[in-house]
Design a protein around this ligand. Structure first.
Ligand SMILES: [Zn+2]
Length: 733
């Protein structure tokens, strides 16, 4: 998960890396914000300029919830007034007096929302959630007020259409275009009458999203109660958890199987009771599709119709076209072409997986044909036979402090960064567990910024792992810093603290996630952009950099130097390393197919005219046309696809995971094939220059071409996942 300081939420790795839930705890502020002059020192500490070394840092030691609501309200008021001033100035609009001026507004909002984000992500409490509930409509209204400021938009549009554009630098032109597109896609061009309809659609959709989510949640709260004799094959930890839930529900002595992924996944993997597996599977994949009061099919039709109408109002042929304008893929057709290129290899792999599983079932005398509710169960048997590694043994070599040092080593080799731990108390932190490092250029000592690490789980901290920035780079500086601003970047995890004096040992997956989030931090720290808006993430691109950094976990210097046994200090045995590498391709046919089926349906639903749509029939017909293997079901069937229908976060955007992973695999092969491997100096410099430091100041597709000399190809991803690679011309994306 990743947030920039402007609190834009981006997508995260699906199969590895940080949590993939579309948690929109943070209201997305517009990316139009930056530095503002403050005439007098505000009494509210959350609005005060950040003081001290390193270009000033947030006053985390002085913040209190009581200040939050007044700070956010005052900051918003100030920002809207600044924008009005820009809009109403008498001089004709130009790049400097409009776009640059806008970039320099909103500093107070940024400050207040940094504190808001800490309370929301790291220190939540009932008291905070009350404030949050009051502020969310305020923040939504604030965003609307900016995009509905017609005088401001008129100036942006005038610059966008001006002769001045041709003379601007490419990044300046991009800034104008991004801001212009943001206004247009929010309805700024609409006539008063159409704008009214647009607003009505938005508010109707908001209500439908809530209903959709409530229906899914209601179906997830249906429990299946089992007797103790029906627990065959289930791990002890699962049984005790299921018993505890049953007891809480007044069914002591029984096991409660909750209808959620975290509960059904282990059940379907381990239960030896085939009939129960089928029952659990059917309940889970029927959520929102039972023809009862929680059925979502009618809502889906309604949501799609309204989205389509709104896209038409904005002048787009369909929702997907509107949605992808500023994405790397740019058009739904290109995103679809990528998915359809990977699809045949994925379903071919499913065939192999099913055949492997059928052999195991036959050998065990099970007398069954593999059905969807058997997949996880027999896949686990394949894993144990061919891909298993002892996760406890692996853990002994993965010590969090050593992994941190390994990340610093990689950052030094590739990014020319040096990390120096600051003494506690040197800069304010919001919890004693948070540690801070100064980041400087390794070669010349020039300051880059700070890196905050909040590693441990605690009550009130959201789950999973994520990265955020409290301040982004702007070459021209902001109010507090005349020169380039120093970056304040943070990583957050939920490790369980080790006992005093003991090393904190982590799993292989957690080690990957730790590197992944550090990739986000390096992406922020590397920025060289002139304007803050150009730090913004691109949804189908912003997970690529962090996914790529995960690959250095498997490089020899990291393995040899930093994977050391907790007790003996011995390096990780080559055999164990190989087992970890092999495990990466386990069950990828299933994983890729269940994901792709959902992503393809998501995109197709948003490319059609949804009048008279029957979602159930559409799903069935599309899967038939695709040749969906009968042993696999969509990861999220349409009536339960909350990523897409409980909000707009991933609507027409679920493809983005694959898009980023294709780039990751292709870029990793570039390193693997270069003379210096993953530490090749030339390629490393090109990676930082083309893929990291430019952020969104260059079109991502152009940036990638500058790095690779061509577009990304899908063959590396197919190889990574153990898929057959088709002969002939490679497919570009
Ligand atoms: Zn991420």
């Amino acid at each position: 998960m990743y947030r920039t300081h402007s609190l834009t939420l981006a997508l995260c790795a699906l199969l590895a890396g940080c949590d993939s839930a579309p948690v929109a705890q943070m209201p997305a502020a517009p990316t139009l914000a930056s530095a503002t002059p403050v005439s007098s020192k505000p009494a509210n500490v959350m609005l005060a300029a950040w003081v001290g070394d390193f270009g000033g840092t947030p006053a985390f030691d002085k913040m209190q919830i009581a200040d939050l609501e007044p700070a956010v309200r005052a900051a918003i008021k100030a920002h809207l007034a600044q924008l009005d001033e820009i809009a109403q100035q008498p001089d004709a609009a130009n790049f400097e007096n409009t776009l640059v001026a806008m970039e320099k507004t909103g500093e107070l909002v940024n400050r207040a929302l940094v504190y808001f984000s800490i309370y929301s992500g790291n220190l939540s409490s009932p008291e905070f959630r009350e404030v949050q509930a009051k502020l969310s409509p305020v923040l939504a209204e604030y965003r609307n007020k900016i995009t509905q400021n017609s005088a401001l938009f008129a100036r942006v549009k005038s610059v966008y259409n001006s002769a001045e554009m041709a003379g601007l630098k490419p990044d300046q032109r991009r800034l104008v275009t991004l801001v212009y597109n943001q206004f247009v896609s929010s309805g700024a061009e609409l006539s008063a009458e159409k704008a009214k309809r647009y607003a009505a659609i938005d508010s109707e959709l908001a209500g439908l999203y809530t209903k959709f989510q409530n229906h899914v949640l209601a179906d997830e709260e249906k429990y299946l109660y089992l007797s103790a004799e029906q627990a065959g094959g289930l791990p002890e930890s699962f049984v005790s958890g299921a018993k505890a839930i049953a007891t809480r529900k007044g069914q002591a002595g029984k096991l409660a199987i909750v209808n959620t992924r975290s509960s059904i996944d282990p059940f379907l993997t381990y239960s030896t009771e085939r009939a129960l597996r089928e029952q659990v599977w059917r309940a889970y994949y029927s959520r929102g599709d039972n023809g009862d009061q929680n059925d979502n099919n009618a809502l889906i039709s309604e949501i799609l119709k309204l989205r389509h109408e709104r896209s038409k109002l904005l002048g787009f042929a369909n929702y997907a076209q509107w949605r992808l304008v500023d994405r790397m893929a740019k058009t739904p057709e290109r995103a679809m072409a990528l998915m359809q290129a990977v699809w045949p290899a994925a379903i071919a792999r499913v065939k192999q997986e099913v055949s492997d599983m059928q052999k195991i079932a036959n050998a065990a005398g099970d007398k069954i044909t593999i059905e969807p509710w058997d997949y996880r169960y027999y896949a686990e048997k394949v894993r144990q036979e061919r891909f298993a590694y002892d996760s406890e043994a692996v853990k002994q070599y993965l010590n969090l402090d050593q992994l941190t040092e390994a990340m610093f080593y990689v950052a030094g080799e590739l990014f020319d960064f040096k990390f120096t731990a600051l003494a506690p108390g040197k800069v304010p932190v919001y919890h004693p567990d948070v540690r801070v490092w100064e980041v400087t250029r390794l070669s010349n000592g020039v300051p880059v910024g700070l890196w905050y690490l909040d590693p441990y789980a605690r009550e009130g901290k959201r789950s999973g792992a994520w990265a955020s920035s409290y301040r982004s780079h702007q070459t021209q500086g902001n109010q507090a810093q005349g020169g380039p601003t120093t970056v304040l970047s943070s990583n957050n995890s939920n490790f369980i603290k080790a006992a005093a004096g003991k090393p904190l040992l982590v799993s292989w997956d957690d080690a990957k996630t730790f590197f992944h989030e550090f990739g986000h931090a390096l992406h922020s720290l590397s920025s060289t952009v002139d304007y803050d808006t150009l730090n913004g993430g691109v949804r189908d691109y912003t997970e690529f950099q962090s996914q790529l950094l995960e690959r250095w976990l498997f490089t020899e210097p990291v393995i040899n130097k930093y994977f050391r046994h907790a007790k003996t200090g011995a390096p990780m045995p080559a055999e164990l390393v190989q087992k970890l590498k092999n495990a990466a391709s386990f069950n990828q046919g299933f994983g890729t197919t269940e994901y792709l089926a959902s992503a393809i349906i998501d995109l197709k639903l948003h490319m059609i005219d949804p009048a008279n749509l029957d979602p159930d029939a559409f799903e069935r017909d599309t899967l038939n046309q695709l040749g969906m293997p009968k042993e696999v079901v969509m990861r999220h069937r349409t009536p339960q696809f909350s990523h897409v229908f409980a909000n707009e976060g991933y609507a027409a955007g679920y493809y983005g995971y694959l898009w980023a992973e294709v780039l990751t695999a292709d870029a990793a092969e570039a390193f693997a094939g270069s003379p210096g491997g993953f530490y090749d100096k030339t390629l490393g410099k090109s990676m930082v220059a083309n893929l990291f430091s430019v952020r969104n100041s260059v079109d991502p597709a152009e940036a990638y071409r500058a790095f690779r000399g061509r577009d990304a190809e899908i063959a590396p991803l197919l190889r990574d996942r153990g898929f057959p690679v088709p002969e002939g011309k490679p497919v570009d994306k």
